[in-house]
Design a protein around this ligand. Sequence first.
Ligand SMILES: [Zn+2]
Length: 113
Amino acid sequence: MHEMALCEGIVGIVEEEARKRAFTKVNVVCLEIGALSHVAPEALKFCFEAVAARTIAQGARLEIVETPGTAWCMACSKTVEIGQRYEPCPSCGGYQLQVTGGEEMRVRELEVD
Ligand SMILES: [Zn+2]
């Protein structure tokens, strides 16, 4: 499952941070998920609990911030926001878009003790 692998990645990042910053408990993991990343937040939360069990991230709350997809419109010569891949340009309605952002997922912040 896609989400399972992502959660393992998140826990890995948390464990690495714990080593660097020497904290022992994580309260909140704040994640940024791009609108075009095909990650289902609910599935992610569910998997996270399972993957985080018996790690330093156990019991941490997952806070998910969705970031918009962005694309470069050739016709408008500017960056526009899109909600989905293959959506037309919101300014001109054209389809000459090149996705430039919103496909990534990253850990934005950790709230720790
Ligand atoms: Zn356009």
